[in-house]
Design a binder for this molecule. Sequence first.
Ligand SMILES: NC(=O)C1=CN([C@@H]2O[C@H](COP(=O)(O)OP(=O)(O)OC[C@H]3O[C@@H](n4cnc5c(N)ncnc54)[C@H](O)[C@@H]3O)[C@@H](O)[C@H]2O)C=CC1
Ligand SMILES: O=C(O)[C@@H]1CCC=N1
Length: 291
Amino acid sequence: MEALPIPSDTYKLGFIGAGKMAENIARGVVQLGLMPPSRISTSHSNPLRRTAFESFGVSILSRIDDVIEECDVVIFSVKPQAGEEMSFELELIEFLFLSKKSRLTSEAITFKKKLLVSIAAGIKMKDLEEWPGQSRFIRVMPNTPSAVGEAASVMSLGGSATEEDADIIAKLFGSVGKIWRGDEKLFDAVTDLSGSSPAYIYLAIQALADGGVTAGLPRELALGLASQTVLGAATMATKTGKHPCQLKDNVTSPGGTTIAGIHELEKGGSRGTLMNVVIAASNCSREVSQN
Ligand SMILES: NC(=O)C1=CN([C@@H]2O[C@H](COP(=O)(O)OP(=O)(O)OC[C@H]3O[C@@H](n4cnc5c(N)ncnc54)[C@H](O)[C@@H]3O)[C@@H](O)[C@H]2O)C=CC1
Ligand SMILES: O=C(O)[C@@H]1CCC=N1
């Protein structure tokens, strides 16, 4: 199938599955100025979800088919949970892109014009590409900080996707954070690390703030200090290029407060626990992928 180029400055972006991730990405793309909301659309039966998108100008179309017809780049952002729901999603893809294909016959809607992007954890490229009549696919694993322009994403191209497609998606997800290109075999591990870790960091922020409150700080100040400290430490790690051990040593005065805190962390096995957390998520990802 010959690939038809997506118009890189004027393409329309659609989301199938108007949930949290779709909203995070759409918000980031709009707020960070990659494209106006008038070029983005989605569809959802729940008025609360519709309002969430309409609040920043995204068009809500009445049917998912309309989103597909309208858009050049379509992002699958439904949940791929194991078992029935997962096969439901694959059936959804079949339903949307095959069964209805005969109905979507006009030149403007031919599938070779579409670039389809799946952000679904555990849905493999080979499953996406198995569908006859399929288009060009790219897999991306983003994370929720896309809403504030600080996503960590990895992308992998399907066999039919072109370098022009890759540029469009690198720019799209690059507008809401950092994006790396990686082999698809890394995707379970990527999901476990960057996809899931925002949740662990939120727990860490909450726990640090609770510690501050225990030590006598007002709650609001404790939460502000904990959040800003995590942001500052992450910025040090990304911007200085220094090894985390060196950055840790710079905070740690001999006989000081920090080494006393680190001693407690080590007694609690915190680094082993964090490694186990990623390994546990990893086992879960592999189970989802195999179903
Ligand atoms: N939440 C996260 O941190 C991340 C999620 N992902 C992936 O993003 C995808 C979406 O996740 P979330 O946004 O968290 O889930 P979500 O549950 O917030 O959103 C999914 C949305 O899809 C809608 N939906 C389900 N079936 C549908 C159908 N047949 N037609 C139209 N809409 C349908 C649901 O009503 C829901 O609004 C998942 O595949 C997940 O693996 C990827 C990276 C991070
Ligand atoms: O927990 C999940 O399944 C999704 C995938 C990555 C982050 N959240």
